[in-house]
Design a protein. Sequence first.
Length: 358
Amino acid sequence: MTSSFSSDDCHILAVPKPRAGKSRYWCFSHDASATARFGGRMPRCEGAYRTIAHYRRFCLDPDDFSGGVAIWGAVEPVYNTAVEPAERGIHVHARKRARGKKDIDETFDAVELTVRRDLFNQERVLITAETAVAYYISRFLGRVIVGLFCPNCGTPHLDSDWFAVKPHRVHLCHGCNKLFQEEQKRVSNPLEMVRHQLSAIRPAAKPTRAKGSIDISQSDYPAGLQIWASNPALLLTSPRSEQEGIHVHGWIKPGVKPKLDGTFDSVRIDGIELNEAQLRLYMAQNALVYMKGKIACLECPSCGEELFEQGEAAFRPKVEHKCGTCGMAFASPGRRKVVSNPFVATIKALKATKRKKG
């Protein structure tokens, strides 16, 4: 019987569990692991970024757009009630004139980027959702990112999910499935090489703070809302500075462009003020497969303060926690390994007001 999945699809199956281990998942399309930290199943395997069908790629030459190009990884919204599906992949803005309208404002499964090494030589580099999200996470955490090649087969190496969080010396190649070791603990992502090779890219301009604020009701947008924290472009050749703040889409009707589409300094919805620091951290946490079901809002049993774990602690689920207000140490309910972010309670409150107001 002929397989029905294409070469760029993952075909993931559970493999026999080791005698004293956790569940394991393996992709038989790419011959790569699809097991997240804590034994969860990844939606796409660790090797999926290397093979994606040509018809799903958007070919982009930055030299064709003198007004500038900006590329982002499309991260899942932190709050989504929209009828419209959330975008996944690579979002591209491109202008042929510096002050002109956007000639391209779309999201693609993958972008094949033309990179010029010198006057006579060029190459094509593939940017996928996996490489983009991993780069976003590593940069969010301030990791040292390098572009490593497997010394055995020469495959560019991607550290994704937990490995995009934790710098390490030993790496597993997704091309030949052999381990190789580096002298320093680092995180590898092929996008770092692209950033160095694109000589046309100007030094990233410092983001400007969004100035506007909004105070809206969910009932004003019956076709739903989508909310993100702004995140810096992966690649930027535009002289325009990026806006930093909270990005909101709001629809009156499905199937059309959102009526509300902007980045704001502050956002209040149904009387609930969104805490940007919590929102920004939650977006990064939620982009990691191993963090699914591991984010909670814990209250200190002594002083009642909601615990907001930040930095390294925000990405390492654990049983024992310490209140930042009164200093009390306590265990999470049921001794579950979780991290605490009060934005979980904010989402719950937003959902409650939506149900109440219909």
